[in-house]
Design a binder for this molecule. Sequence first.
Ligand SMILES: Nc1nc2c(c(=O)[nH]1)N[C@H]1C(S)=C(S)[C@@H](COP(=O)(O)O)O[C@H]1N2
Ligand SMILES: [Mo]
Length: 213
Amino acid sequence: MEEHRLTKTKEQWARARRGGEEREVFYEGDERLPPGQHLVENFPVLDLGFKPEIPFSEWRLSIGGFVTTPVTWTWEHFMAQPQVRDRSDFHCVTSWSRYDNDWDGVSFKHLMAMVKPLSLARFVLFKSYDDYTTNLPLEACDDADVLLAHSWNGKPLSRDHGGPVRVIVPKRYAWKGAKWVKEITFSDKDEKGFWEVRGYSNTAFPWENDRYG
Ligand SMILES: Nc1nc2c(c(=O)[nH]1)N[C@H]1C(S)=C(S)[C@@H](COP(=O)(O)O)O[C@H]1N2
Ligand SMILES: [Mo]
């Protein structure tokens, strides 16, 4: 896939700011808005300039690597898993935040109960239908608010926002949540994802203004 122009721009931006004073926290006393963020009411769309279209009949989600029981879910299998709803705030590293998003889907905790990660598994790599990748430590994923979401605010997730299924990790910046997720791989090694190798933080904590690596 050809690399989108915006990717290059963002990469240079990340490099320029790495370790710079933007890391400073200008805290304005709002207990809900992380430092350096502003609130939006709309829901911007960010991607690599390519929005894959995956019919439900062809959609698969494969979960494997360092697990006892790898699985590949079809749409019917996925929707037959226990469903949860979680309301969370969404923080994009490009500085916008959106409050009170209702996500419906399957919890990462349920997924873990199904595949049973081996004790050696300490990291998780997410791969998407647009070849995007992002990585997280297992403990970041093993949290009740981490979902494989198929609906947003009561409606099926649009293709723009990562439908049929995207990952939501509310306690990290939003690039840690893979849209159009295709594969989830548990590993003993931390393999960096698309933005992580391009200068974004490996940890991505909004409350620590932890944007660049
Ligand atoms: N597959 C995929 N997932 C992705 C991205 C992407 O380009 N491809 N962009 C990430 C980034 S940088 C952000 S901020 C959020 C944006 O989600 P939204 O478009 O629903 O606002 O998705 C993340 N997940
Ligand atoms: Mo982003």
